[in-house]
Design a binder for this molecule. Structure first.
Ligand code: COA
Length: 331
């Protein structure tokens, strides 16, 4: 067998969002906020919320099935399942293992990847290394979240921003095109600005942690905003340079769907045209690791990506973490 590095690319995409819609007007009844404030500060109009008994692996399963069907790949042929999530069904076992069982993907190794909202960008990069090194042929990367379950619905700083959903991509080897370059990064010195303080070894779940709301997400929105505005175009330029490309070569840009103002700042600095940028955060809010694959699936369904297009994705989130992929579309 040749030891030559192989090209890896996406050969099937799928997504799923829960049916329950929570609008900004609904939130007006829950916290002191307004539709106008949320829309003008974030671009978000509504988001999807999982049922009480609907789990991250439920959403992941539905997205994964569609991705496998689009790739015309049987689950039993998967070598690896990777679930990027910060809202697993439970701390362990990995949600990827629960998904592996539901898919009956008996040959597949399975693990979760925790890079918060950068999870899908990290996942694509990890998958492409396994393909390039010839360790595996068929990898399923899923970004799936039920953020609604870790939100404090009395905290208007966070509860207006997020939503639930899942997106999945099958990564396989290709003769040409595919994932041209990846960039990943992290800065743990800013880990305080976005976190869920309790439930781990630092603050094991207890009556006190629950009474103090430490099992919910906490965020310093301004610091995260400043970081995001700084990082998106920087990491975009970095990944393009790695692939010997410039922003002019980008045909389609899928940024992490966190806040329209963050996206607009990056688009301006990268000098991209508005029609080259995909936005669906108005419908779903920030779905964390699911945001890029859901957007990718919707862009494909809408016929906005063609064969040969250079598709740029950039994610960023808690950690702090960031990641970008530049993909020459090939299916
Ligand atoms: N509704 C109404 N008012 C609100 C509010 C809400 N949901 N949330 C905050 N406010 C108030 C604040 O209390 C503040 O009031 P004050 O001026 O009386 O103190 C005012 O609105 C402005 O708050 P500020 O935090 O400066 O607003 P902002 O323009 O920075 O927008 C965010 C806040 C959260 C939308 C913004 O910081 C953001 O998007 N940050 C990034 C978050 C993110 O993307 N996180 C995930 C990353 S993966």
């Amino acid at each position: 067998m040749s030891k030559k590095v192989r090209k890896a690319g996406i050969t099937g995409v799928g997504s799923y969002v829960p049916k329950n819609i929570l609008t900004n007007h609904d939130l007006e009844e829950m916290v002191e906020t307004s539709d106008e404030w949320i829309k003008s500060r974030t671009g978000i109009e509504e988001r999807r919320i999982a049922d009480d008994d609907e789990t991250t692996s439920d959403l992941a399963y539905k997205a994964a099935r569609k991705a496998l069907s689009n790739a015309e790949l049987a689950a039993e042929d998967l070598d690896l399942i990777l679930v990027a999530t910060m809202t697993p069904d439970m701390p362990f076992p990995a949600t990827a293992c629960l998904l592996q069982d539901r898919l009956a993907a008996k040959q597949a190794a399975a693990f979760d990847l925790q890079a918060a909202c950068s999870g899908f960008a990290y996942g694509l990069s990890v998958a492409s290394q396994f393909i390039a090194s010839r360790a595996y042929n068929n990898v399923l990367v899923v970004g799936a979240e039920t953020i609604s379950k870790i939100l404090n619905w009395e905290d208007r700083n966070t509860c207006i921003l997020f939503g639930d959903g899942a997106g999945a991509a099958v990564v396989q080897s290709l003769d040409s095109g595919g994932i041209l370059a990846n960039v990943l990064g992290a800065d743990g010195s800013d880990s305080e600005v976005l976190k869920m303080p309790a439930g781990g070894s630092q603050k094991p779940a207890s009556l006190t942690t629950v009474e103090n709301n430490l099992h919910y997400m906490e965020m310093d929105g301004n610091s995260v905003f400043k970081f995001a505005v700084r990082i998106v175009d920087k990491v975009a330029l970095e990944v393009l340079k790695k692939a010997d490309l410039t922003p002019e070569d980008v045909d389609f840009f899928i940024p992490h769907q966190a806040n329209i103002r963050i996206i607009e700042a990056a688009v301006k600095r990268l000098n991209l045209n508005e029609e080259e940028v995909f936005i669906n955060l108005d419908k779903y809010g920030n779905t964390s690791a699911a945001s890029i694959p859901i957007a990718l699936d919707e862009a494909l369904q809408a016929g906005r990506i063609s064969m040969g297009d250079k598709v740029l994705t950039v994610g960023f989130g808690a950690g702090l973490t960031w990641g970008a992929n530049i993909i020459e579309w090939s299916y």
